[in-house]
Design a protein around this ligand. Sequence first.
Ligand code: ATP
Length: 272
Amino acid sequence: MNADQWLHAFGAELHRRRVATEDVRHVVAEAATHLRDGGGDPWTVFGTPDRYAAAIAESVGTRPAPRPGPVRLHAEGITKRYGRRTVLHDAGLTVRAGQIAAIVGANGCGKSTFLRICAGVESPDGGQVTVSGRLGYCPQQGGTDDFLLPDEHFVLVGAGRGMGRATARRAGRVAARQLGWESDQAVLARRLSGGTRQKLNLTLSTLTEPDVLLLDEPYQGFDRGTYVNFWDQLLRLRDEGRAIVVVTHLLNQLDRVDLVLDLTPATPGGRP
Ligand SMILES: Nc1ncnc2c1ncn2[C@@H]1O[C@H](COP(=O)(O)OP(=O)(O)OP(=O)(O)O)[C@@H](O)[C@H]1O
């Protein structure tokens, strides 16, 4: 584990201990500066990430655990077949306001399919999904238009919620900036890099302030700084009372989430 990995583990521990997001950012930045200026091995300087995080949490204090909110997403008995292959069998998930659920599992086990069904863009062969409130969905691919500018995307999506053009543009730019992206350039979406396009996609899914946010590996192509911001944003949205479902392959993030749905089939080789 190098210094970067130590800092990452330290940040994750602080989040897990419910230190306020602002404090986490501040304390991790201070530790990074200290290591950069003074040199030395973080284990010698600070000790293990969990011990140091425990000491910091005690000194700066932690946020109270949120009270369970109302159920925002309830999926039960979800079954999906493609041809003769059963991809999902009796899958279910209940997420309340103020919770983050992670969907994990092997490649091809049906994570994106489950999320698409929750988003209502695909029908299940069995089971049902109930969503309470406004829905935001960030698909793994697509979701943006090649021939529109970022601002035009904001206006288009904002209009669906009755936002005026200027308000939508402003809200989009603020949300994009939180991911470290200045989105006010006149660049068509098809000219954006893959990671920046994914930032646009993610920004659009949060623009209408959804009660339920469905994210399908939204951080693909993000650089490390953006990735850290992404998790900070997610925790902030959770603390605002959103119900969030995120498909992820990054099992080292699971200590930050409240629920985990593992869709890996119980039998090797998949479902009948
Ligand atoms: N429209 C479709 N028609 C036929 N098969 C499909 C369709 N969509 C998905 N599949 C198949 O269903 C299975 C599950 O796909 P899905 O994309 O949901 O998996 P995943 O768990 O998200 O995979 P990954 O981890 O690779 O992103 C895969 O075998 C995929 O090829």
